[in-house]
Ligand binder design. Structure first.
Ligand code: LLP
Length: 418
C-alpha cells in the first residue's frame, strides 16, 4: 500500500503519523488516504486515454460520503444496488446521469426514486423486473433506460461467494435467453433499451475471463442487430483483483488494452464502454487501526486479543480472507512470536489474522491492511458493538469523515412494550 509507509520508526498515512492519530481518536479506527483514491482513479483514466469509457464506481465497496464525493469530484459515475446507495450518491453531489442501477431485487420505491433522479440506466436482471420497470415508468409518465444484465456463464476463477457470472448464480438473465428477452423488452411501454451488461465476479486476477465474457456479449450484439435492436453501451462488470498477500493485481491498462483490441476486431469500437470497479479503486486506500487489549498465550496457540472484531471487518470470518498486519510503531525490545489476532466477539470465527509473526505487547497498535473495500461497508453491530470511526488523510491533514458510533445511536429507534 504505497500511501502507507514508515517514517521515523512510525507508520504513516501520507504525512500523518498513525500512532498519535489512533491515541487521539481511539480504536478501532478506519484510516483512508485521499492520494491513494486519486492514484487508483488515475490508473483507470490513464488506461482509458480519452476513449469513451464511463467508470461507475461500485460503491458497495465503500460508501462513505467523503469517498463518494471525492470520486464525484473526479468525474466518476456510480454503480448502485439500492435506494440507499442512490440517496448517498445524490447527497455526495454525484451526477445522476452517470448512475447505473444493478441488483436482482429492485423495489417499486427504489425504481421510482431512480427514475425521478434521472439515472443513466437500470441493469435489469429478470423478466419480472422488466415488467415492473415498464409499469412504474408508464404510471409515472417517465422513460426507464434499460440494459439487460446477462449471465455469460464464465468462470472468473475467484472465491465462490464472489463469483457472479456462473449459471448457478442468482444474477442476470441466461445468455441463451437474452435475445428473446430483448425482443420482448423493446415492445414494452415506458422502456428505452440502451445497453447490455454483465458482471462475472470480483477479485479477478486475469484478463481471460473478461474476454470470454466479451466474446459472448459481442455475439449477442451481432444477433440483436439482425433483430433491429441497436445498443449504445456495453457494461463489462467484474472487479479487478488487488494485492492482499501475494496475488498479482490486475492493472486497468491490461484489461482495457485487451478489451479495446477485441472491440476493434469485431467492429464495435463505437460502443460506449462502462466499467463498475469497486475494490480496485478503494481496497488498498485504507487500513484498520486496532489496539492489543490482552496477550493470551495458551498451550495450543498464542492469542492476541485486539479491539477490532468480525463486526468491524468480516472478510476473514466470511471468506477466510487474508489481510496484512503491520505494527504501527515496531518495537525491537520484544522477541517476535507467532500470534492469532482475535476480536472480542463471542464466535470462534472472530479472527482477523492467524499465525502472524509479530513483536507485540499489550497496548500496542496494529494496522490491518487493505481495509478500504468491503470493510466498514460490511460492518455491523453484532454483540452491540459501536461501529468504528473513519478518517480521511489528505497530505499532512486529516478529517473525521464518520464519527464513532455511540451507544445512543445504537439504541435509537428501538422501544420497549408499554
Ligand atoms: N458491480 C456489481 C454488479 C457487483 O456485484 C460488484 C461486486 C461490483 C460492481 C464491484 O466489484 P469489485 O470491483 O469490487 O470487484 N464482499 C466481497 C466482494 C463482493 C463483491 C460483490 N459485487 C469481498 O469482500 O470480497
Amino acid at each position: 500500500q504505497p500511501h502507507f509507509h514508515y517514517a521515523n520508526g512510525q507508520l504513516h498515512a501520507e504525512q500523518v503519523a498513525l500512532e498519535p492519530l489512533a491515541r487521539q481518536l481511539d480504536t478501532p479506527l478506519y484510516v483512508y488516504s485521499r492520494a491513494a483514491l486519486q492514484a487508483a482513479w488515475t490508473r483507470y483514466q490513464d488506461a482509458i486515454a480519452g476513449r469513451d469509457v464511463l467508470v461507475c464506481y461500485g460503491m458497495k465497496a465503500n460508501s462513505n460520503l467523503a469517498v463518494l464525493a471525492e470520486f464525484a469530484r473526479l468525474g466518476s459515475g456510480f454503480d448502485i444496488v439500492s435506494g440507499g446507495e442512490l440517496a448517498r450518491v445524490l447527497a455526495a453531489g454525484g451526477d445522476p446521469a452517470r448512475i447505473v442501477f444493478s441488483g436482482v431485487g429492485k423495489k417499486v420505491w427504489e425504481i421510482e426514486a431512480a427514475l425521478t433522479a434521472g439515472i443513466k440506466c437500470f441493469n435489469a436482471e429478470s423478466d419480472a423486473e422488466l415488467e415492473r420497470l415498464s409499469a412504474v415508468a408508464t404510471r409515472t409518465g417517465q422513460t426507464a433506460r434499460v440494459s439487460l444484465r446477462v449471465n455469460p456463464d464464465v468462470d472468473a476463477q475467484t472465491h465462490p461467494y464472489i463469483s457472479t457470472g456462473l449459471r448457478d448464480n442468482k444474477f442476470g438473465i441466461a445468455i441463451e435467453r437474452a435475445r428473446e428477452v430483448y425482443r420482448h423488452a423493446v415492445s414494452l411501454p415506458g422502456l428505452e433499451v440502451v445497453g447490455l451488461d454483465c458482471h462475472i465476479g470480483s477479485q479477478i486476477e486475469s484478463v481471460a475471463p473478461y474476454l470470454d465474457a466479451l466474446d459472448k456479449l459481442l455475439d449477442l450484439i451481432d444477433a440483436l442487430e439482425t433483430d433491429g435492436v441497436q445498443l449504445h453501451h456495453l457494461d463489462l462488470g467484474g472487479g479487478l483483483g488487488i494485492r492482499y498477500e501475494d496475488e498479482t493485481a490486475l492493472p486497468p491498462q491490461a484489461l482495457l488494452d485487451g478489451v479495446f483490441e477485441r472491440l476493434q476486431q469485431r467492429g464495435r469500437s463505437h460502443l460506449q464502454l462502462v466499467l463498475e470497479p469497486g475494490r480496485s479503486l478503494v481496497g488498498n486506500a485504507g487500513v484498520l487501526l486496532t489496539e492489543v487489549q490482552y496477550l493470551k498465550p495458551t498451550e495450543a496457540r498464542n492469542f492476541a486479543i485486539i479491539d477490532a472484531a468480525m463486526n468491524d471487518l468480516i472478510r476473514p470470518a466470511l471468506y477466510q480472507a487474508w489481510h496484512g498486519v503491520l505494527p504501527v510503531t515496531p518495537r525491537q525490545d520484544e522477541p517476535a512470536q507467532t500470534w492469532d489476532l482475535v476480536g472480542p466477539v463471542c464466535e470462534s470465527g472472530d479472527w482477523l489474522a492467524r499465525q502472524r509473526v509479530l513483536a507485540i505487547r499489550q497496548g500496542d497498535l496494529l494496522a490491518i491492511e487493505s481495509a478500504g473495500a468491503y470493510a466498514m461497508a460490511m460492518a455491523c453491530n453484532y454483540n452491540s458493538r459501536n461501529r468504528p470511526a473513519e478518517v480521511m488523510v489528505d497530505g499532512a491533514d486529516f478529517h473525521i469523515i464518520r464519527r464513532r458510533e455511540t451507544l445512543e445511536d445504537q439504541l435509537r429507534g428501538e422501544s420497549i412494550l408499554p
